[in-house]
Design a protein around this ligand. Sequence first.
Ligand code: NAP
Length: 248
Amino acid sequence: MKLLENKTVLLTGASRGIGRGIALKLADYGANVAFTYLSSEAKAKELEQELFSKGVKAKAYHSDAAENKAAEQLVTDTLAEFGKIDVLVNNAGITKDGLLMRMSEEQWDSVIKANLKSVFNLTKAIQRPMLKERKGSIINITSVVGIRGNAGQSNYAASKAGIIGFTKSVALELGSRNIRCNAVAPGFIETEMTAALDEKTVNQWRESIPLKRGGTPEDVANLVLFLASDLSSYITGQVVQVCGGMLT
Ligand code: NAP
């Protein structure tokens, strides 16, 4: 019996990067995967096929995690298709970097909405069905930047710090119902999000990391697998870093 057999996972933002890595890893361990994308339709359909080939049930949903009504509809549709949701992974996120001096209100609002409000939207929508089941695992993808801040990313850091406060509060509210809520804080993970950085900056990041490399989506997915599974059944309200020792 595989670790996540008979479990359904709802995962936001899986068309690329870390989300895609999480979807593939959880499917390897038997999970059925409902996942979302926003603009990368072809990549989402490709992932859906890859997941099928692993012998699990999978479905790609076009859904904007930042929109409350869309999140509610997504949970309704997933329940109709999969019957239950055991694990929610809030992964969707964006960056719109800039020094505060030059940061526009739009840059601030859009990042807070896509990164933080999205986590509220999905968690709120999934709360009732998980309460009914009297179990569940919610995993929120934050960032080391939410713990220590980062020049040029005040909007992103604030959204990720907000996720940590939200995660701990939800863990306190829902623990008595056997619903766990944890946050995963990746460090420097090499995806399209980081591909926007120039090579010199990337090398500086790599050099500053004790393990001397950027992380991979799989490094993050391995931790999500653990938190999604019953192996972590006594762990809630925690923020676990996957950063090669960067934030030590
Ligand atoms: P990425 O390669 O840019 O992928 C982002 C994913 O999120 C895409 O699948 C995108 O979908 C989706 N997405 C964005 N906004 C969305 C929305 N409103 N609704 C639904 N889906 C949406 O990013 P990544 O590097 O994999 O990052 C994934 C998560 O890890 C983010 O929360 C990020 O903040 C966090 N993180 C990343 C790093 C890193 O070093 N890469 C470090 C710490 C934390 P479409 O392609 O369809 O638009």
